[in-house]
Design a protein around this ligand. Structure first.
Ligand code: HEC
Length: 378
């Protein structure tokens, strides 16, 4: 494909900022769960980027690319060992999904049918560029961040536009966003019209189910009626869209934004400098010295889950001895007690089967319910 350069003129709109609206947004307590994505401890080398497509996770690391399906390494393809990004995008032929990685040297490499890697930059006429990022803008558009701008493919032609010096792009739902020179720019496709928000402290931008989100060193902003409205105060890091959930970080904690509202973790211990990749099911890959895949629930959802699954079993079986002041001397009547004692409960009830006593009306189904509740709340 032949590429041409176009300069992008933006309509600048004002920034509502935090002055108009105090950030009174409710933030729920987040319950972070770690997904055991690599139970067999397959050696992937130092992982630097991840992309999910279908039921397969593609981990780009020091051993090349490893394909994980159902918790097992299905294939490992030797190749480049240093990566800056990865994504599942529409193929250069306009059909199907290609999973590509971007190497540290700026090459775009496609994972072919779980057996080989192919340098595909030429397919978009970007083989001479040092590519910094690749994003799936929608089902037909792909954007590549290159020096001083981006190359946008609509499946038929590739057009170049001026863009962020960093080459770091965000995209989705037919829009492309980036932070550059003290402003946030959002480009809408297919017309390729740009809107700018001046926000000198901006860190990152995301286009998610709620619209446009911006993080800055002063807060988390959401676009509303052409203005950026501050929703949360604080200093936030990068934004990552995963399905209908958008993740960000502040002070080592995880923050999610979903249609149901905001939630924030306590004690997530996210490493500074970690990189983030979203999975289509809403889960987040946290790539630091270790690779964690996390999902989240809110405290209220976790309580509702306990009330509907475990509490009836407590009432029927355990309450005879484990009520407050009961004969066992151990109060298990609350959600908090079950969370605090989940390791002991798993050992006694699931592993050793020494609890409840044989005489109690406790079925195999009850045991399975307790086991799966513990698995959900590790
Ligand atoms: C008939 C009375 C009785 C019932 C019913 C009963 N327990 Fe117990 N449980 C005890 C007694 C007594 C102890 C303390 C002595 C021991 O460890 O055997 C105990 C101890 C425990 C412990 C060990 C705590 C620790 O320090 O490690 C756990 C966990 C536990 N029970 C969970 C349960 C659960 C969950 C249920 C319901 C599914 C249940 N128990 C039902 C009497 C009961």
């Amino acid at each position: 494909m032949k590429a041409r350069w176009l300069s992008l003129v933006a309509l600048t709109v004002g920034c509502g900022g935090g002055a108009e609206e105090a950030p009174t947004t409710q933030v729920e307590a987040m319950v972070v769960r770690t997904v055991d994505w690599n139970p067999a401890k397959a050696d992937l080398g130092a992982v630097q980027a991840v992309a999910d497509s279908g039921d397969t996770s593609y981990l780009f690391g020091g051993k090349g690319v490893t394909l994980m399906t159902g918790g097992a390494a299905r294939a490992q393809i030797a190749g480049p060992t240093a990566w800056v990004g990865a994504a599942a995008i529409v193929g250069a032929d306009g059909t199907g999904t290609w999973v590509v990685g971007v190497t540290e040297a700026g090459r775009v490499v496609r994972v072919r049918a779980s057996s080989s890697l192919e340098d595909v930059g030429e397919r978009w006429g970007i083989e001479k560029d040092v590519v910094k990022s690749v994003v799936a803008v929608d089902d037909t558009h792909v954007a590549f961040g290159v020096a001083g701008g981006f190359a946008l493919s609509d499946g038929k032609k590739v057009t170049r536009y001026d863009g962020p010096k960093t080459g770091l792009l965000r995209g989705g739902r037919g829009k492309l966003g980036f932070v550059d020179g003290g402003k946030v720019r959002v480009v809408s496709l297919p017309a390729v019209t740009a809107v700018d928000w001046p926000l000198p402290t901006a860190i990152d931008v995301a286009i998610d189910a709620r619209g446009i989100l911006v993080t800055s060193s002063e807060g988390l902003f959401v676009e509303r009626d052409g203005n950026l409205v501050q929703k949360l105060e604080g200093s936030f890091g990068p934004l990552t869209v995963a399905g209908d959930t958008t993740w960000t970080t502040t002070g080592g904690e995880l923050v999610t934004s979903a249609t149901t509202g905001f939630a924030k973790s306590t004690g997530a211990g996210v490493e500074g400098g970690a990189k983030f990749f979203g999975a289509p099911n809403g889960e987040l890959w946290v790539v630091g010295t270790q690779v964690r895949r996390v999902s989240y629930g809110t405290q209220s959802a976790a309580l509702a889950d306990w009330q509907s699954t475990v509490q009836p079993i407590f009432a029927k079986v355990c309450s005879a001895c484990h009520s407050p002041g009961g004969s066992a001397g151990l109060d298990l009547s609350s959600y908090a007690a079950w969370v605090r004692l989940r390791v002991q409960i798993e050992k006694q009830v699931v592993t050793d089967k020494s609890m409840p006593p044989k005489s109690a009306p406790f079925s195999d189904a009850d045991r399975a319910t307790v086991a799966s509740w513990i698995a959900r709340n590790r």
